[in-house]
Design a protein around this ligand. Structure first.
Ligand code: HEC
Length: 118
């Protein structure tokens, strides 16, 4: 009886050792996956901190032109409105075709940048 059980005990022992090693490998992978996730997080931060120019290219260029010369919307070069007035337009839009809420949270930076366009 004892001898018959021995191979099973050996397999059992190997099994335990194997599980032990696998969980170590798993822990290593977990660190790597966590590191990758952190890297991905940085990427989202990059988009969040896009420069006003990049935001313009994404959200405004179709209506205001690649040289800010205007198209559907008016030219933005040499704009005479103040930063606050521009911000107000960016947040609320206008009833003559400027859409509201295109760049939530970025209005201030973009408005300031627009006042510097020459
Ligand atoms: C769907 C087309 C469209 C898009 C997209 C658009 N605009 Fe406009 N925009 C307009 C139109 C049309 C007007 C003129 C509205 C009016 O006269 O009331 C305007 C007006 C403005 C004005 C006021 C200009 C002035 O001299 O009175 C500013 C500033 C402006 N847009 C900035 C932006 C910015 C920044 C973006 C990108 C976040 C943007 N617009 C995206 C169509 C657009």
């Amino acid at each position: 009886m004892k001898n018959a059980a021995k191979p099973y005990l050996i397999i059992f022992a190997f099994g335990i050792v194997a599980i032990f090693f696998m969980s170590f490998i798993g822990l290593n992978n977990m660190d790597e996956i966590a590191a990758e996730k952190e890297g991905g997080g940085e990427k989202t931060e990059d988009t969040a901190s896009a420069t006003p120019e990049e935001i313009y290219k994404q959200s405004c260029i179709a209506c205001h032109g690649d040289q800010y010369q205007g198209a559907v919307g008016p030219a933005l070069k040499g704009i005479t409105k103040s930063q606050d007035e521009i911000k107000e337009i960016l947040v609320n839009g206008t009833d003559k075709g400027m859409p509201a809420g295109l760049i939530p949270g970025q209005e201030d930076a973009v408005a300031e940048w627009l006042t510097t366009l020459k």
